[in-house]
Design a protein around this ligand. Structure first.
Ligand SMILES: *[C@@H]1O[C@H](CO)[C@@H](O)[C@H](O)[C@H]1NC(C)=O
Ligand SMILES: *[C@@H]1O[C@H](CO)[C@@H](O)[C@H](O)[C@H]1NC(C)=O
Length: 112
């Protein structure tokens, strides 16, 4: 089946620094990449949606200055969490959609 891998699994950072989370589609073409974070008791919350070669679109409350996203091609996307503070401590997930497979993938990421 289609596999998405995320790196790093876990990151610890000083306040004010940036953390980059990379997401790779291992054996399929990720036409659309979704970036989520998980809040306690609220489940996964979509932050932004990225399509290869175009700028990501952000949900209300999230923006490209805080969370710049890069998706240079169909197998790679990265999310940067800039100027981190304790409120950014969370589980972050990327998911991907391959229109050919019609399936969504949601692996797990721990980070802050
Ligand atoms: C993407 O964002 C950059 C920087 O904000 C902007 O210059 C560019 O026009 C945008 N491209 C598209 C396709 O919206
Ligand atoms: C996609 O971009 C990533 C990051 O720049 C790069 O490591 C990877 O080799 C690229 N893949 C292809 C198929 O171009």
């Amino acid at each position: 089946g289609a596999v998405v891998s995320q790196q790093p699994r876990r990151a610890v950072s000083k306040s004010g620094a940036s953390v980059t989370i990379e997401c790779r589609a291992v054996d399929f073409q990720a036409t659309t990449v979704f970036w989520y974070r998980q809040f306690p008791k609220r489940g996964l919350v979509l932050m932004a949606t990225s399509n290869a070669g175009t700028n990501a679109t952000y949900e209300q409350g999230y923006n490209k200055d805080k969370l710049p996203i890069s998706q240079p091609n169909l197998t790679f996307s990265s999310l940067m969490v800039t100027n981190v503070d304790p409120a950014d401590s969370s589980l972050y997930f990327c998911g991907a959609r391959d229109t050919a497979l019609g399936r969504d993938q949601r692996p797990r990421q721990e980070s802050w």
